[in-house]
Design a protein around this ligand. Structure first.
Ligand code: SF4
Length: 382
């Protein structure tokens, strides 16, 4: 593992909060040699780019993976530099950068003719990502989370199947892992009845496990919080190594305000109870509370990190951007230094807690929109 630098943490925070541009010569091999965005779930760019390919993510010289959030007004530019690429701010060269190779399965179709990339994508450098159903019932009632652009992204790009079949997912997983770059999976989906969701996730995990020929699939499922401990055990017994719950916001009142639909079906305490039970089933370090960082005060978020690590869970905080189609479109995220400070403090809390890093299931190479793994790498964790 390349040694990460504090400077990279700052660069990443700037790029995630202010977006980035790229010159045509920097993108010459995009969609053929290098991996492009395919909008498997949310759109993270500052502006829509229908008909124009943009990178999904890229890698700084110390291995830090950064999500590409397109913003034609950004001061940061990816451009050709010698034989490779580099990141510039005006005339200043900030760092060398490299786009991520395009997985061969992106150009392959399933036996039924469906392009594989419409079923699953690669997050970062090594994460096989599947959203088995791009649907959320909260939108129909205007109760969607204020930061979410799931439906707008699907309508704008229509780049993936809304519902993926179990056999399709297993076939793509086999192809992707055979290519050798995928190390982990991340599986998420839409809103179902609890029983239907458990059946669906168990079927998908079992099919992937069989397709890969492993006893336990390295990676994480992100289902709704189970009220029934049997459901948590069913996920584990299906053969997935880790589980996460998207709490989004730790502060209870803000959670209700920012996530009106989600909080009406699952309260803060229910999330915490599900995480506690999941730690008992999956073991310390193999359970995640997933957050959107930048919509609540630093102190309440850090309270959440302290509370969850004290019960043996890890956290994944995604850096919020006010993306198009979400109800927060046009707002501004906190400044980049706020994110650096909060991530450094969160990493201290995680490091002191002694919770196992769980990097065999989700690591710094899995995605470029969280900074906690990078802050932990500064402490030789993750
Ligand atoms: S629960 Fe919230 S974040 Fe998840 S898809 Fe629905 S609106 Fe989006």
């Amino acid at each position: 593992m390349t040694k990460v630098s504090e400077r990279s943490l700052s660069i990443k925070a700037k790029l995630l909060t202010e977006g980035i541009r790229a010159t045509p010569r920097a993108l010459a091999g995009l969609g053929t040699i290098h991996k492009e965005q395919n909008h498997g779930l949310f759109g993270w760019d500052f502006e829509d780019h229908v008909g124009r390919l943009l990178p999904d993510d890229f890698v700084l010289s110390d291995g830090t993976v950064v999500q590409f959030r397109g913003n034609s007004g950004s001061p940061y530019v990816l451009d050709a530099d010698g034989d490779g690429l580099a990141l510039f701010e005006g005339e200043e060269r900030l760092d060398a950068a490299g786009l991520i190779p395009r997985p061969p399965f992106y150009s392959t179709a399933l036996a039924d003719g469906t392009p594989m990339v419409k079923i699953a994508q690669v997050g970062g450098e090594d994460c096989f990502f599947v959203c088995y159903q791009n649907y959320c019932s909260h939108f129909a009632r205007g109760q969607q989370c204020l930061f979410c652009n799931l439906v707008a992204t699907k309508e704008t790009y229509d780049s993936v199947l809304t519902r993926k079949q179990v056999a399709q997912i297993a076939e793509v997983a086999a192809a992707a892992f055979a290519e050798g770059n995928c190390k982990h999976i991340l599986l998420t989906g839409g809103c179902f009845s609890a029983r239907k969701e458990v059946e669906t996730v168990v079927d998908i995990v079992s099919a992937i496990r069989n397709a890969l020929g492993v006893d336990v699939v390295p990676g994480t499922v992100l289902p709704s919080p189970a009220t029934n401990p049997d459901h948590i055990r069913a996920y584990r017994e299906a053969g997935i190594a880790a589980i996460g719950y998207s709490m989004e916001i730790w502060d209870e009142a803000l959670f209700r305000a920012i996530c009106p639909g989600k909080s009406s079906t699952t309260g803060h305490r229910q999330f915490v109870a599900a995480i506690e039970e999941a730690v008992r089933v999956f073991g310390p370090g193999n359970v995640y509370g997933v957050f959107v960082l930048g919509l609540e005060p630093r102190d309440t978020f850090l309270d959440g990190v302290r509370s969850l690590t004290s019960i043996g869970a890890n956290v994944v905080p995604f850096v919020w951007s006010p993306n198009p189609g979400s109800r927060m479109e046009g707002h501004s995220a906190p400044g980049w230094s706020w994110y650096v400070d909060v991530m450094q403090e969160a990493a201290e809390v995680v490091a002191r807690s002694g919770v196992p890093a769980g990097t065999e299931n989700h690591c710094y190479r899995c995605d470029g929109n969280s900074m906690l793994h990078d802050a932990l790498r500064l402490r030789s964790i993750a």
